[in-house]
Design a protein around this ligand. Sequence first.
Ligand SMILES: C[S@@+](CC[C@H](N)C(=O)[O-])C[C@H]1O[C@@H](n2cnc3c(N)ncnc32)[C@H](O)[C@@H]1O
Length: 237
Amino acid sequence: MQYLKSQKYDTDFVRANMMGPNSMIILENLLENVPLTSNMRVLDLGCGNGLTSIFLAKEYGVQVFAVDLWISAGENYKRFKEMGLENQIIPIHADAMQLPFAEDYFDAVISVDAYHYFGSNETYFDKYLSKLLKKDALIAIGIPGMKYEIHDCIPEEMEQYWDKEALRTWNSCDWWEKLLLKSDSFKIKRIQEMACFDEAWQDWLKADNKFALGDKAMIEMDNGRYMNLISIIGTKR
Ligand SMILES: C[S@@+](CC[C@H](N)C(=O)[O-])C[C@H]1O[C@@H](n2cnc3c(N)ncnc32)[C@H](O)[C@@H]1O
């Protein structure tokens, strides 16, 4: 796949605002064959510096509520304003477990490289997120994961590279499927490994960022064996 939409954005701007593998590329891959239309009100959950919110607003013309915990609403507002998108993207500083929205409010929730931090448990979706979504709302999640469950036998050569806390949240497609099948309100459409792993990671490794420097050795040692990116597409029952 070619990431033609993502390529339109200024490389320096994107690299300066990445917080991990290129989130625009992940989003472009995630939304392939997904029906997102300009009349939708979209929650971008864990938007970080707002690259995905900008992409959603510009490429799909949707209204975006850009929610993040580590990045302030002020920082994101400044970025959105500089791009002339301040009326289309509303920045909000909030915890995914205390979202300040009305019930049945969103037509879609999109989350790139964030959902695993708060959603990899049996309660999150049904207890905190589901009620904010309209019936049949679109759910599109792109997250780092593993090709298979690794936690019981971590390859020795990877131990020094994988952060224990991060590793806890990196799971396989099967693991996510089992988890989400237990939900009363998440209707799974498909869960699969994403094609964009190399493109998204290589872009991040080129960023002038101390975390990216640390990740370089990890990706080289992994060498396509264990880590992946996972897309989860569904709707709210
Ligand atoms: C690795 S960064 C990715 C940011 C962005 N989505 C991207 O791909 O560039 C993970 C993001 O998840 C957000 N996050 C983690 N836990 C969260 C929570 N409980 N509520 C809201 N956001 C959270 C962080 O604030 C952070 O910006």
